[in-house]
Write a protein that binds this ligand. Structure first.
Ligand SMILES: C[S@@+](CC[C@H](N)C(=O)[O-])C[C@H]1O[C@@H](n2cnc3c(N)ncnc32)[C@H](O)[C@@H]1O
Length: 283
């Protein structure tokens, strides 16, 4: 069946989507959520409230009963801005009843190819240090490794995914630097601009409560480009990403909204491809 939104027209060598559905970008509810997340959420509280032990508890599926933990849970029920990392618990769950199955992220679909093509396009060389934030089973890192990249890093909270990564793509996993951690702690621990490219395919950064300034931390560790395929508008913690990246010295150099306009086999994918470049990058 022909979808009127998907009529493609050749125009001066470019495929042009006649009617991309961009209504999410003007939806008042989404705009309010993004505004609140980007501009009304205090970020100084996070390091004062969240401790190392909290990360370990989430990653080790420990039941949490300390008074401090209970107070923080209580505060986060009352104050939407109160720092929390509890949203990662469902991903870090290693029990038999875990909600998420890494098999879902095994397929190298057309969106995965689009993402990897763009990382490839912006990488300065095969030894570029490239991080996949939320690598899961490693489908994107595997593809980059196959193209010759040899300085790859992955981080994810889901132990079952990292184990499947080692089983499915053992050679790649052995040559990558893999971290079982939350984005928040992993990024906070990095020193200097150690990455050439940071990329992610969401929902990943949109799952991080805005009390943690994830965009700032991503910018702090990246000397070149940040390549995102994310849900810019319609996740609970979506932000005004382009303004946030600009605030930390990164400029939007490429945007494909939505990605589905070039993915004929993924016509309902509402995610955006966004590439940010450090403003003072010398190429
Ligand atoms: C929707 S999946 C996407 C997986 C992968 N990017 C892909 O497309 O194949 C989200 C991933 O982010 C990870 N994740 C979510 N929140 C996280 C957090 N705070 N810290 C570390 N990993 C997290 C999950 O474990 C999961 O692997």
């Amino acid at each position: 069946m022909q979808d009127n939104n998907k009529i493609l027209q050749e125009n001066n060598g470019f495929k042009k989507l006649l009617h991309p559905n961009l209504s999410n970008f003007t939806n008042k509810h989404h705009l309010w959520t993004q505004f609140r997340n980007s501009f009304l959420t205090p970020r100084f509280l996070f390091p004062l409230v969240i401790r190392d032990q909290d990360y370990d508890d989430i990653l080790n599926n420990n039941s949490k009963t300390s008074v401090r933990w209970l107070i923080n849970r209580f505060m986060s029920k009352i104050f939407w801005f109160w720092p929390r990392i509890i949203d990662a618990a469902v991903w870090a769950d290693s029990s038999d009843t875990a909600h998420y199955d890494p098999s879902y992220y095994l397929e190298f679909d057309s969106c995965a190819k689009l993402l990897v093509d763009n990382v490839d396009a912006y990488a300065s060389g095969y030894d570029a240090r490239i991080l996949d934030l939320g690598c899961n089973i490693g489908r994107h890192l595997h593809a980059l490794h196959s193209r010759g990249y040899n300085n790859l890093v992955g981080v994810d909270a889901m132990p079952a995914a990292l184990q499947r990564f080692k089983d499915e793509f053992s050679i790649v996993a052995a040559s990558c630097e893999l971290h079982h951690d939350l984005f928040q702690r992993f990024l906070s621990k990095q020193t200097g601009r150690s990455l050439d490219i940071l990329f992610t395919r969401g929902a990943t950064i949109e799952l991080v409560h805005p009390s943690f300034n994830i965009v700032k931390h991503m910018c702090d560790v990246t000397r070149g480009h940040v390549v995102l395929v994310i849900h810019e508008t319609n996740q609970k913690f979506s932000c005004f990403y382009t303004q946030e990246f600009a605030r930390h010295g990164f400029v939007l150099v490429k945007a494909l909204r939505p990605v589905s306009q070039t993915l004929e086999s993924d016509v309902n994918n509402p995610a955006s491809l966004l590439v940010y470049q450090r403003g003072d990058l010398v190429l």
